[in-house]
Write a protein that binds this ligand. Structure first.
Ligand code: PLP
Length: 389
């Protein structure tokens, strides 16, 4: 078999499961020294351990996140699994504090895996109204001294923006490790590691890849001990990202700034348009002065943007009227805006909140919209059509 060496600009998709090793000595070094590749960066053994296409994509993520290391995995959930599991110790009854306003899949993981299967001690911190009470958080942390504090920068679907740098500083004072799910903000709006977080995770399925065409997750950090634990866990549990998805992620990451800033601008225009309509009750968008965490968002992002998600509530006299109004809006914006259960896609998509969260958020007319990077004028026309329905 002839191997062709071609001078391509991007690292190609290396689909090989195993890589040729030069000598028996190099083989044993590669297998038994976990960090052998740190001495010899071109040492590849087996794609579940390390793959050149994945490493190239990780370097691209590190450049965007400004982190010392990044590890790519098959999904955001796999990233969460690694970031938390590396802190678990057999028989330990430690207490971890999670913000309650986090992705539903993460809450299910906490309940079914961490608590039910592994006996992890867990407590939750809930917002007061649509904001966090930081003095209350300070008191809880001082009393319970959790080992880990875990939160999302922008919550889903109420878009509560956390004062991340304040949370990190409160948590660090009590000796806790801090993990931030920064999926909704992206590193363009805030870089938690710069404010002292221990690890940042993203569902790269969302904005980092940005086209709704792959599932991936990433964990970023600066501490080399955490890196070694995370590399070992990824290898043994088999969470490694596929080279095909890594290649697409790397290519699409190059346009993150263009895409996401356009999405943030579009989202603001959508929020303003919805706010001006009598068909709509409350509009939740951190870029609007009416949002309870507008100021926090402006401070942590330096006013660069307010995210690309908009949640709003169709007006009505009764729950039935609100549901009817919601359904008419959803039907009228179709097929330009479709009901798709993800976010951060290239196109504007939506989800009815009640169908996903049940009675957790008791507004039956509520819709969560992930605004895409289409032309602003096109989105405006489609939403106006929805509001006329
Ligand atoms: N974190 C957040 C904030 C999410 O919204 C999601 C998924 O929607 C995840 C994590 C999980 O990511 P994935 O679906 O890529 O596993």
């Amino acid at each position: 078999m002839k191997k062709r060496e071609i001078n391509s600009v991007r690292t190609p998709v290396y689909r090989d499961a195993g890589f040729e090793l030069p000598t028996a000595g190099a083989t044993s070094d590669a297998f038994f020294a976990e960090t052998a590749h740190e001495r010899e960066p071109d040492l590849y053994i087996y794609s579940r351990y390390r793959n050149p296409t994945v490493v190239a994509a990780e370097e691209a993520v590190m450049a965007v996140e400004g982190s010392q290391w990044a590890l790519l995995v098959q999904s955001g959930m796999a990233a969460i699994d690694i970031a938390l599991s590396i802190f678990q110790e057999a028989g330990s009854r430690s207490n971890w504090l999670f913000f309650s306003e986090i992705y539903g899949g993460t809450l299910s993981y906490i309940n079914s895996i961490l608590i039910s299967r592994r006996g992890q001690g867990v407590s939750f911190f809930s917002p007061t109204g649509n904001d966090y009470d930081y003095e209350m958080l300070e008191r809880i942390l001082a009393e319970t001294k959790p080992d880990i504090v875990y939160f999302e920068t922008i919550s889903n679907p109420l878009l509560i923006v956390a004062d991340g740098s304040r949370i990190i500083s409160i948590a660090k004072k009590q000796g806790a490790r801090v993990i931030v799910d920064n999926t909704f903000a992206t590193p363009l709006l805030w870089k938690p590691l710069d404010d002292g977080a221990d690890m940042v995770i993203h569902s790269a399925t969302k904005y980092l890849s940005g086209h709704g065409n792959l599932t991936a997750g990433v964990i970023c950090g600066n501490d080399s001990n955490l890196l070694h634990s995370a590399v070992e866990y990824r290898k043994f549990i088999g969470h490694m990202l596929s080279p095909d998805d890594a290649y697409r992620l790397q290519t699409q990451l190059a346009s993150l700034d263009l895409r996401f800033m356009q999405q943030c601008g579009n989202a603001r225009a959508v929020a303003e348009l919805l706010s001006s309509s009598g068909r709509v009750g409350t509009v939740l968008y951190p870029g609007l002065g009416t949002h309870p965490t507008h100021t926090v968002c402006r401070e942590i992002t330096g006013g660069k943007g307010y995210g690309a998600m908009v949640t709003f509530d169709m007006a009505g006299e009764s729950p039935e009227e609100k549901r009817d109004s919601r359904d008419r809006f959803i039907a009228a914006v179709y097929p330009d805006i479709r009901l798709i259960p993800t976010l951060g896609d290239s196109h504007t998509i939506l989800m009815p909140v009640e169908a996903v969260w049940g009675s957790k958020y008791p507004e039956p007319g509520m819709i969560r919209m992930s605004v895409g990077f289409e032309s602003r004028e096109v989105i405006r026309q489609v939403i106006e059509r929805g509001l006329r329905s």
